[in-house]
Write a protein that binds this ligand. Sequence first.
Ligand SMILES: Cc1cc2nc3c(=O)[nH]c(=O)nc-3n(C[C@H](O)[C@H](O)[C@H](O)COP(=O)(O)OP(=O)(O)OC[C@H]3O[C@@H](n4cnc5c(N)ncnc54)[C@H](O)[C@@H]3O)c2cc1C
Length: 488
Amino acid sequence: MKTMISITKKPWFLALLVIIFASMSAWNIPIEKRKYGLSQSGLATDYTGLLPGKIEQVIPSENIEQLQKIIKDSNKHGKHISIAGLQHSQGGHTYYKNGTVLDMKNMNKILEINEQEKTVRVEAGASWGDIQESINPYGLALKVTQSQSIFTVGGSLSVNAHGRDIRNGSMAGTVKEMTLITPAGEVKKLKRGDQLMQEVLGGYGLFGVIADVTLELTDNDVYSMHTKELQTKEYEEYFHKAVENEKVGFHYARVSVAPGSFLNEMYAIDYNVTGEKDNSTPLKGESAVRLSKFALDLGRSGGRLEDFFWESQKQFSRSFNGDTVTRNNAMRSESDFMEFTVPGRVEVLQEFFVPVDSFEEYINELKNTLPSNDKHEDFKVHNITVRFTERDSFTHLRYAKKDMLGLVVLIQHGVNDKQMQHAENMIQKWTEATLKFGGTYYLPYYPYQTKDQFRRAYPEWEAFKEQKKRVDPNEVFVNLFYNHYLKD
Ligand SMILES: Cc1cc2nc3c(=O)[nH]c(=O)nc-3n(C[C@H](O)[C@H](O)[C@H](O)COP(=O)(O)OP(=O)(O)OC[C@H]3O[C@@H](n4cnc5c(N)ncnc54)[C@H](O)[C@@H]3O)c2cc1C
């Protein structure tokens, strides 16, 4: 008995208990899939579920002729259409009160892969994952995507998304040709440089339906991964060196939001070109979902557990230093572990962009804007990653007027009126701090910002609105985003 008691006091025994407890907890974590999207009951929502809206009907897309007919009919009878891809946008971009929703997911064919020219022609409802599966065996890869491959081509081009590649400019810049069905129901073949194509890219589904697209591809390069821990004040210099170093293909960084190192510590991850190409490594799937969710949930608890989470993230980043990864796999980060289904609370994304050389001052400003310890706050910041977005000269509502660093922020808050109001106040303050440095914020997310903040962030809004009037005088294509920011 005595021996038993003395064993329970040993540090290794306690450590063993913690490991067993953590493994059991992780194993029992339910990985529920969030319920959102287009329901048969006539209510639509998108990824956050924050803006449920009554719609008239959902029409699954079939082909160009079917879409033309729907659009012509709607134009003639003064009806409204919204376009939905996989609905990861969060501000009602894919539906409108009592309108028709075109669900583009069925138009997901890979139409042609041109190995010599390194291009792929795809229907707009295809996801990046669908394309990766078809081009991986040819040793080809996409030039620009988000970090995950769970979005449609049409939806991603309509928000002009960006990811971790620091060499290939904007996603819009990788489109060679596209087939568009205009608000009048005409089918137009557009080429790079055509004005209408520029309006559609980053046009939030307001200028017509993208039916198919020809995208430029590149080689499925192999990268070696390098991690570096640093202070936020050192990052600008580090970043300039990383970008100037031709070997870096992908890059991103993570800023601490844990109380003990709040906005002071960072770690950066660079993917250096090795010179090798790959056409045999299989595409990776989701792995260790429960463990990742367990770790994220520790961070979500705030306080000391968040400090622990930050330390374990740094430890994890050290563990893959020197590993290699193919370009296709670097563009397929896990997403299932992020699922969040606590009743009465919501997890949303926001993204703020600031010019690269303002990063240090901006972070200092944020230290005065946000609480460093949000354990007991309703509005909680769980994660900030930093990405580079090259100056965009293609689209009209441009978030990258110069070379910018984007802070992608994962936030949780409650959904009663008071909590929503508080979240809105916090994000408006954050937006104000961003505008002070000549920054902008990303538009596919929930619109906490005021109309005035939108206009200051996107001074070209008037030209965008004029073009919308010219291309779609009867407002065939509308959505809640348009209603909130652009309608008179
Ligand atoms: C977990 C998560 C991670 C994300 N990560 C990133 C990231 O790394 N980088 C980034 O830039 N963004 C990111 N986003 C934002 C995401 O890229 C956008 O929400 C994008 O729109 C998703 O594509 P989708 O298929 O879900 O589009 P939807 O949300 O379905 O649609 C978006 C817009 O495109 C329009 N649209 C859709 N299909 C068509 C079509 N065929 N023709 C014309 N218009 C169309 C819609 O009307 C709508 O205005 C992320 C979002 C989430 C939820």
